[in-house]
Design a protein around this ligand. Sequence first.
Ligand SMILES: [Zn+2]
Length: 402
Amino acid sequence: MVVNMENHNGSDDINEGTMHIKLYWSKEPKYNFDAEIIEIDGNWVRLSDNHFYPESGGQLSDTGILLIGDDRINVVDVQKRDNTDWIKLDDIENLKIGLKIHARIDRVRRINLTRNHSTQHLISAVFWKLYENETIRAEIGVKETQIGLRNIPTVDEINSALLEAERIIMEQVSITSDFVDDVNRLSDTIRGGIKKDMPLYRLVNIGNYDTNLCGGTHLSNTSQIGGIYMHKVEGRKLRFYSGMFAKEEYIRVNADMHIMAKTLGTKLSDLSNSLNELKRNFELYRKENHTLKVENNSMNYNLLDWNRSGEYNYKVFETLDIEKGAILGSIGELEDNQLVFAVKPDNLLIVVSSSDSITADLMDFLRENGIKGGGRGRIQLGKLSQPIHEFKSLLKNIIAKL
Ligand SMILES: [Zn+2]
């Protein structure tokens, strides 16, 4: 029998050539099975019977173990090669063709992948039905699944789509698969389209709601999805959890929201309004606070007396934590014999004089006395390494030498 499948996610993972219907498609998944090794290639083996799902259709591969006598060998990967399934082992000592093995598939991993794959079909179906928004890519993981849509969905569309998906979960719709060997018997309305030159097709149906050509593993009923949680929306890309992972996230977020509402002193239903109001007020207070700091800064600067040393008048100005531009605004223009040293709470020093050369000379002297910094122009930055009172006495001597 020949089976070909158009892959639902648009990747080039299309089965071509001859093969039997895969054992991992059976209605009752088999997590334990006996087989024989029939081919060995490096770390890879082929089994007479295989229930391990190979990575394909966006769904990650199964993992598990092979038991050979008392030996336990890990199955770390499964891949398709020329329509046969190859199993990658982490140990190949003592392997030979004809050896009988017992295989155990990592059941929890498979169940998660299967549930996420069916969830992906459901979400893709809903976006297609409601908005004709096609899924062009899908990555089905153990915890998280991602779909890439053709068009960027709006927040409202996502909400409506999730609501519709949850409705179908609650309605306990059967998920079935069947095979069709005549392309003419396939409807042109199949989601994802049909590659018409194939002798056999595997269809995965969500009741009468959705049909898609797919070679993945699937649940038998939408109720087994348990719930969907969209944990990230990045443009066209939606990332979600299903089952227990979704429930855990809902519970965590719900608890967080209650704590937030309590902190804000508001009702849960008013949370979003309260947050917006808080944000508006915060912006207002931030601006007011800045204006006050700038005003306070100018006032302090103007109240400060000039000190005298040698030829110069100078001020050591302990400024508030505001940006350099606002500090310079407070200082204004300087006369030829005026110097200003502004010190921020984090010991950042701003040296200002009326000319590039005076500031450069000052910085040279300051560096000789352990102050880090430098630059160009009449305004330069430094960092104090001593307490401010020590800096002040040091400064008097330095300026006297200018
Ligand atoms: Zn699929």
